[in-house]
Design a protein around this ligand. Structure first.
Ligand code: PHE
Length: 366
């Protein structure tokens, strides 16, 4: 019996010292489990004489209750200590400053390209792309600028020192017009594409950067005429500037790849000394701003695109994306577009979730 009292004292000491619930469970199994010492004592009652059972029975029951009571008390204490620790750790300090809002914004060039894609998608145009490292055949020759053509010199082209495998001079494309040729050769006709992207010219001041962005438009189909061109540009500019009072002036011009060639001016009005697109034109206080180059695709260009110019006609246009962004959103220095100044981006950038849609408005919401 001494041994049994010793065992009880030892178990109670272990329970008191148990630092976690796993240890406590191991102690419970060693005492009250099927193979435990308390269970073994209870089983031994069956082999005792009635007198011994009467005296030992209550002692063994008392030991069982002492052990299970101590286990339950210790378990409750450990659990509440764990809860206290958790609550202490998870304290929220409401006096701390609010977390920073997510940083980063959509660059105005990306925003305007998205707006243009949305507007032209609605008119059935697909988006086409071409390489920024071009060869002189796609950039010039196939656009009706043979090697001796003076327009080549006007483009301030960045050339690479080596020619490609076909012996063509390699360059950074000076406009998005080579995508006209690539699209005709790849897709055939009919065709309705826009081609936004980077272009390069060796030129640098407040309104010119060596890299800038253009968007090209090309429609090839049967029976296409200048009326289609004018309607398309007017519809596009009204949607882009989100105004119905857009006034266009078409001026005869010259591009080797269009015939006839047309430069498109849009009317502006002075508002607080600033030129705002819409209305204006020849009326007092108004004026014209050149926004687009365009024209009917030159027959030679259609042939270079692998199509029969007696069967297919089309129009093309090109404009500067950065310039469109400046006119719509009011920046006045092009160079700041490419400085990567976080303050400029914070001021002129757009929310990443503010996706332009025709139904929600292609412009940015406040
Ligand atoms: N590629 C011309 C430029 O860079 C723009 C243009 C495109 C003009 C298509 C007419 C037709 O100035």
């Amino acid at each position: 019996m001494e041994q049994f009292e010793q065992q009880q004292a030892q178990t109670l000491a272990q329970v008191a010292a148990a630092a976690d619930l796993d240890t406590l469970e191991a102690i419970r199994v060693a005492a009250l489990g099927k193979q435990g010492w308390v269970s073994a004592l209870l089983k031994s009652l069956g082999g005792m004489s009635p007198e011994a059972r009467t005296s030992e029975g209550p002692r063994i029951q008392a030991a069982r209750e002492a052990v299970s009571g101590a286990l339950a008390a210790r378990k409750a204490a450990l659990e509440s200590a764990a809860l206290e620790a958790k609550l202490a750790n998870e304290t929220v300090d409401l006096s701390l400053p609010a977390p920073r809002l997510p940083r980063g914004s959509v660059h105005p060039v990306s925003q305007v390209m998205d707006e243009l894609a949305e507007i032209f998608a609605d008119m059935g145009f697909a988006v086409a792309t071409g390489p920024e490292i071009e060869d002189d055949w796609h950039n010039f020759t196939a656009l009706n600028m043979p090697e001796t053509h003076p327009a080549r010199a006007m483009h301030d082209t960045f050339y690479f020192p080596d020619k490609d495998a076909a012996g063509r001079a390699m360059l950074l494309r000076t406009h998005t017009s080579p995508v006209q040729i690539r699209s005709m050769l790849a897709e055939g006709a009919p065709l309705r594409i826009i081609a936004p992207g980077r272009v390069y010219r060796s030129d640098s001041d407040a309104t010119h950067t060596p890299m800038f962005h253009q968007i090209e438009g090309l429609v090839i189909d049967k029976g296409i005429h200048i009326g289609h061109l004018k309607w398309t540009l007017e519809t596009f500019l009204k949607a882009f500037f989100e105004r119905d009072d857009i006034v266009l002036r078409l001026r005869p011009s010259y591009f080797p790849f269009t015939e006839p060639s047309i430069e498109v001016d849009v009317g502006y009005t002075l508002v607080n000394g600033k030129r705002v697109i819409g209305g204006g034109g020849d009326v007092a206080g108004g004026g014209w701003m050149e926004v687009l180059g365009s024209g009917m695709v030159n027959r030679k260009v259609i042939a270079f695109g692998g199509l029969d110019p007696d069967e297919w006609q089309g129009f093309a246009f090109g404009t500067g994306v950065d310039r469109l962004a400046m006119l719509k959103y009011g920046m006045d220095d092009l160079r700041a577009f490419f400085d990567g100044d976080a303050r400029w981006l914070e001021h002129y950038g757009f929310g990443a979730l503010d996706v332009p849609t025709l139904s929600g408005g292609v412009g940015a919401r406040a």
